[in-house]
Design a binder for this molecule. Structure first.
Ligand SMILES: [Zn+2]
Length: 395
């Protein structure tokens, strides 16, 4: 007879965010006060008030901490090498950010050994985990040749904890194709896609002036779909552009950045299943205008928050930091920001097993040194994540 999985009851949780409106206070966060959560194997088996908790093999006293679903960081660029400290320093001294800085990282990434790339990825995953992130998406996009893009994606696909992998051959046109960007588009939608598709779930395009235009982006996303990849789009980051409308047109899971939107863009997002993923670390690190989260929420769009962790425009791996900026600078409420950093991110990755703490979900939990999730924005910059449980295992 197979052995029954071990059960563990986490008790004495001051406030448990479930993201299930059927639980607790009935708000979108479904907050249960003085709560317990029972884990069976790697899964949440029960949530409710401590005094009603069923018996379990083990008990873990949360000591009055708040508990939230592990953060879902649905947009990062961790497959890189090199350093761009000087670029940041120069920008903070008055120079504007353009898409061209990516080429610096492409050079360093192509020259890096497999071991160096893997070590950088692993270090960032550890850093994210320590800050409460339990689901991570990351992209290629600093190799920009079939060989280098496939190398990065292969490495990501075999790294433990690296669950969501995106092919971003269309990050920027590399220097060797500067005179013929359409030839590069054909490569990204052809041989490079063939080499990369086995290692990725998603296909992404940087649809932006100086990167890929609407027709080029559509060609690449459509080719990716034909190979079984699901589209996501870097859209409307630096300028108004066609990215959001294209994302909705191709049925993308997410349109990311959404900084410069027309009313028609907002309506298109609100009327679609495409999530608007906002990346305020990017605006923070480039001294740019923040996206208007409230406008999207009031229109009825689904909003996710993510770090966009990358060495050029947003070198933070901290979801709590992004929550704090979203509340202070984008007029999100603390509840909305927490939802967007957990359930919103899960929706942007089309995942139903993470981003919530209800029976049947994966037991990914962040315990906070605070009585409430509101402290994530009330106490910006303070390392409040005290414990992280990943798939039922305390890390
Ligand atoms: Zn990005």
């Amino acid at each position: 007879m197979p052995e029954a999985p071990t059960t563990c009851s986490i008790t004495n949780i001051a406030a448990l965010v479930t993201n299930d409106p059927a639980q607790g206070d009935g708000s979108p966060l479904g907050i249960i006060e003085d709560a317990a959560l029972v884990i069976e194997g790697d899964t949440v088996a029960w949530v409710g008030p401590t005094h009603r908790a069923p018996a379990a093999d083990q008990t873990h006293d949360a000591g009055g901490k708040a508990a939230v679903p592990g953060f879902v960081d649905s947009h990062s660029h961790l497959l890189y090498a090199g350093d761009r400290t000087q670029e940041f320093n120069a920008r903070m001294s008055g120079r504007a950010y353009t898409a061209g800085g990516i080429r610096t990282t492409v050079r360093a990434t192509r020259e890096a050994t497999d071991e160096a790339l893997a070590a950088t990825l692993a270090a960032h995953l550890r850093e994210m985990r320590a800050q409460g992130t339990t689901t991570v998406e990351t992209k290629s996009g600093y190799g920009l040749s079939p060989e280098h893009e496939a190398r990065a994606l292969r490495m990501a696909a075999r790294t433990p904890g690296m669950e969501e992998v995106t092919y971003l051959g269309a990050h920027i046109v590399p220097p060797e194709y500067a005179a013929d960007p359409d030839a590069y588009t054909a490569l990204v939608a052809g041989d490079m896609l063939d080499a990369c598709a086995p290692y990725a779930r998603w296909v992404d395009v940087f649809c932006e002036q100086g990167a890929f235009d609407e027709d080029q982006s559509r060609t690449i996303l459509t080719a990716g779909k034909a190979k079984g990849l699901i589209p996501r789009v870097h859209a409307n980051q630096l300028t108004h552009g066609p990215g959001v409308q294209l994302a909705v047109e191709v049925g993308a899971a997410s349109a990311d950045h959404c900084t410069h939107l027309t009313d028609a863009d907002v309506e298109a997002l609100a009327g679609s299943s495409t999530v608007a993923t906002l990346l305020p670390g990017c605006e923070f690190s480039t001294r740019a205008v923040y996206p208007d989260a409230r406008r999207l929420l009031e229109a009825g769009a689904t909003v996710a928050l993510s770090t966009d962790c990358n060495p050029g425009s947003s070198y933070t791996s901290s979801m709590p930091f992004c929550i704090a900026i979203a509340v202070r600078e984008m007029n999100m409420t603390p509840d909305q920001a927490l939802w967007s950093a957990t359930a919103g991110g899960a929706q942007a990755l089309r995942r139903t097993d993470v981003g919530r703490l209800t029976p049947g979900c994966r037991a990914d939990i962040a315990l906070l040194d605070a009585p409430s999730h509101v402290h994530l924005s009330y106490r910006p910059g303070v390392p409040l994540v005290a414990e992280v449980w990943q798939a039922g295992v305390r890390g």
